[in-house]
Design a protein around this ligand. Structure first.
Ligand SMILES: [Zn+2]
Length: 398
């Protein structure tokens, strides 16, 4: 046998190499060994004729520490073609070690992490993590990142109600932490954020998440007529705009306004957590389908779910690509025609004419069938229902 696994005759879409054609993919020792036509034999052979084959998906924004009210088990993403998930600051320096030991260490999926500049991370939904600025700890945040560089990819900050009146001071401290470890800052921007003053402070490679949220203080002006000039400047400077769907951060109306002005997300991500996984975001292919429905090309949707996040993470030589030598992370899927309801987080449903149906995930050369990792969610309490009611009451369908 030449290879451990060969996927034959799939329609391979790999934006990292500008490939979109029928070919074979061969795996050996957990890495992509060869791609091309009529490759040698494999211990495992899969005929994927008529199906699409792309690099394993990278979800740049989710919450994967089950010690938090928000967190869920990252391994469920393996059912949906996702081979790398990035935790968006669920933990700060206090709880990161527990997250690393008990969640990342035991996970089958690859878990990377932004560390929250707030010492406690997103522990609870009851009080915002930076309503008290004493929780902002740049030096400790930098220290925990520096000691865990194999999985830490930057600093996280949430701007909005959760930072109270401390938004700009919190931004200073988060940038201080990011600068000292020379890694990106990911900033969540929602209603209450001082967006027009935050954007000019961001550096090349920093990330704005929730870029199509529609709750206010977003990238589109209040009347909806234009993009903020600060957003255009930031993009031109190399700031990255991430989708971050979640339970409150995707609006059909805002997305259309942005797309009409040529403003697309640079990276597609779910912001999956306890409150978005059963409704709204569901999984990475479901969020990708929304982008297809809005007219983005399949190749572009795949680029923004594989190669683009790999580059943002500085891991383009290893992840998000089917180049020989890359980690053998692969997603096989079908495009299924039909009528599929897709709801935004402002309670508006549209119907997509096709959906991405997972067929097979390959993680480091190991094949995983859809359904292999059942979803087990913690039970909800009164305060959780309060949060879900708040999301519905503050929806803005216009
Ligand atoms: Zn999030």
């Amino acid at each position: 046998m030449d290879f451990s696994l060969v996927l034959r005759n799939g329609q391979v879409i790999d934006p990292s190499q500008n490939i979109n054609r029928v070919m074979d993919i061969a795996v050996r020792d957990g890495r992509i060994a060869e791609i091309g036509d009529g490759l040698g034999s494999g211990q495992v052979e899969e005929d994927v004729r008529g199906k699409y084959v792309c690099p394993g998906l990278i979800d740049l924004h989710g919450h994967w520490w089950e010690g938090s009210c928000w967190g869920i088990d990252p391994d469920i993403c393996l059912n949906y073609g996702v081979t790398t998930v990035v935790d968006a600051g669920t933990t700060g320096f206090i709880n990161f070690p527990d997250f690393r030991k008990n969640q990342v260490g035991g996970a089958a999926i690859r878990v990377l992490a932004f560390v929250n500049v707030s010492a406690i991370g997103l522990l609870t939904t009851l009080v915002g993590e930076l309503e008290d600025i004493r929780f902002a700890r740049p030096s400790e945040t930098a220290r925990v990142i520096d000691a865990n560089r194999d999985i830490c990819v930057g600093v996280k900050l949430r701007e909005g109600a959760m930072s109270g009146r401390n938004g700009m001071e919190a931004l200073d401290k988060a940038l201080q932490a990011a600068e000292s470890v020379r890694l990106p800052l990911m900033v969540h921007i929602t209603k209450g954020a001082d967006t027009r003053h935050i954007l000019p402070r961001l550096r090349r490679g920093d990330i704005v998440t929730h870029c199509l949220q529609g709750r206010g203080d977003g990238m589109v002006s209040e009347g909806g007529e234009c993009l903020l000039p600060e957003a255009i400047d930031a993009r031109n400077r190399g700031v990255v705009f991430d989708l971050g769907h979640g339970a409150g951060a995707f609006s059909w109306a805002v997305a259309r306004r942005a797309f009409e002005r040529g403003f697309y997300p640079d990276t597609i991500s779910t912001d999956l957590h306890r409150f978005s996984v059963e409704r709204w975001a569901y999984n990475m292919p479901a969020v990708m389908c929304k982008m297809l429905h809005l007219g983005m090309a399949l190749e572009d949707v795949i680029r923004k779910s594989t190669w683009a996040p790999a580059e943002v993470l500085g891991r383009g030589g290893e992840l998000g690509s089917l180049k020989p030598g890359s980690t053998a992370d692969i997603f096989v899927f079908e495009l299924e025609p039909g009528q599929f309801p897709l709801e935004d987080t402002h309670l508006r449903t549209e119907y997509a004419s096709r959906r991405i149906k997972p067929v097979l995930t390959v993680k480091g050369g190991v094949t995983i069938e859809p359904g292999s990792y059942p979803t087990r969610l913690r039970e909800l309490y009164e305060c959780d229902y309060d949060l879900l009611r708040f999301v519905e009451q503050t929806a803005n369908p216009s």
